[in-house]
Design a protein around this ligand. Structure first.
Ligand code: AMP
Length: 396
């Protein structure tokens, strides 16, 4: 089957056309600067990359241009739209309504709309992408795969916050967790690598990228995760603060006469590794900064690793043990220094890293030593493939 995977952001649209039988990418690309001007970068497998500048006043036009590229006589990947069996959409927030992926009909569309309050920017963009595909590819089924769905197995004690219970009852304020597609993909693969029945496994997945979250997976199910009602909670990230004392918000507001909206913007876009280092949100530059003796790069690195290690330690307690820890996403897959530093805190668990194996970048590998009591892996994530697999499952 040929599955088109769409990941719509507020001003971008990433896509991959995947042959689900061979699990191969036939074409992929990204539309950027939607509603501003518009750039489409498209690559059909085995052909040259194309960069097209074309006005994209809305997501409809972006989807139309993507379809045009896929069908292009010289550079395309398919001859007719009828070759696309289904479209799988990444949807950020499924609230408590969606514990798994679904085929989108009018009722599901309305239910996703009801979750918009919880992630206004993201969900709205996702819905616009869904609408555009429905219009441009009538008759092709659309499937929603939610970032939050994998975490719907968390027990109450993991998702209820210590605030009046009525806020959960009235507004559904609770931990939802994100990166679910990635946590599910990487934990499944880790369980395969462990070679044990899923029910008997305890796995911790560290998705460390621009956004970062950690997930405790017991018996193949998410039982806790570090992001919360929104993706702002948890460990320090590229530009997001992660968890802080909530009283800081009022304190800054008073000192600098700022609104809550302004402070939320600071916490989302000017904090984290970027805010601490004062120079970059990118770990490649942080590693460079440390080599050059930059003090604040070192603080940012240390805070990031320390917070990750504390969450992992907490999840070992939550599961009363751990069989494997897997690192994934941009930093997790590529940055051996981060992996080494985090694992050093976990020496008490009998974890030891093989420094030669830990040089790996972007490839699946066991990086712990043979006598390590807990296995440590690098498992590259593949959210698009996971969305394609879920889409095929639902079509069956
Ligand atoms: P992601 O959100 O998964 O795409 O991850 C993006 C982040 O991964 C970047 O902002 C970098 O901090 C980090 N990253 C990517 N490549 C490397 C690398 N080779 N070494 C260290 N960090 C990297």
């Amino acid at each position: 089957m040929k599955i088109l995977v769409i990941n719509c952001g507020s001003s971008s649209l990433k896509y991959q056309l995947i042959d689900s039988d061979k699990e191969e990418v036939l074409a992929k690309g990204i539309c950027e600067r939607i509603k501003i001007d518009g750039v489409l970068k498209h690559t059909t497998s085995g052909k040259e990359k194309k960069v097209i500048e074309a006005p994209m006043p809305n997501h409809n036009e972006a989807v139309r241009l993507v379809v045009e590229q896929l069908l292009d006589k010289e550079n395309g990947a398919i001859e007719s739209l009828s070759e696309i069996d289904a479209v799988g959409h990444r949807v950020v927030h499924g609230g408590e309504k969606f514990a798994s992926s679904v085929i989108i009909d009018d009722e599901v569309y309305a239910a996703i709309e009801e979750c918009n309050d919880l992630a206004p920017l993201h969900n709205l963009a996702n819905l616009i992408g869904i609408e555009a595909c429905r219009k441009l590819m009538p008759g092709v089924p659309n499937i929603a795969v939610f970032d939050t769905a994998f975490h719907q197995t968390m027990p109450e004690k993991a998702y209820i916050y210590g605030i009046p219970y009525k806020y959960y009852e009235d507004y559904k304020i609770r931990r939802y967790g994100f990166h679910g597609t990635s946590h599910s993909f990487v934990s499944n693969r880790t369980i395969e690598l462990l070679g044990k029945p899923a029910e008997d496994t305890k796995v911790i997945v560290c998705h460390l990228g621009g956004g970062a979250s950690i997930c405790a997976v017991k018996g193949g199910k998410s039982i806790d995760t570090s992001m919360g009602l929104t993706p702002l909670e948890g460990i320090v990230m590229g530009t997001r603060s992660g968890s802080i004392d909530p009283a800081i918000i009022e304190y800054i507001a008073g000192k600098e006469d700022k609104s809550i909206a302004e402070i939320m913007n600071i916490l989302n876009k000017e904090s984290g590794v970027y805010g601490i280092s004062g120079r970059t949100s990118d770990f490649r530059d942080i590693d460079e900064g440390i080599k050059e003796g930059d003090k604040r790069s070192k603080i940012a690195f240390d805070v990031f690793c320390y917070q990750a290690a504390k969450i992992i330690g907490g999840y070992v307690a939550a599961m009363n043990g751990v069989d494997a820890i897997s690192f994934t996403a941009g930093i997790g897959e590529n940055d051996g220094e981060v992996r080494k530093n985090i694992c050093e805190y976990l020496g008490y668990l009998g974890i030891t890293i093989d420094s030669e194996k830990n040089k790996v970048r972007g490839e699946e590998k066991l990086i712990s030593t043979d006598d390590s009591k807990v296995r440590v892996y690098v498992v590259p994530t593949n959210e698009e493939l996971k969305i394609a697999r879920e889409t095929v499952e639902l079509l069956k």
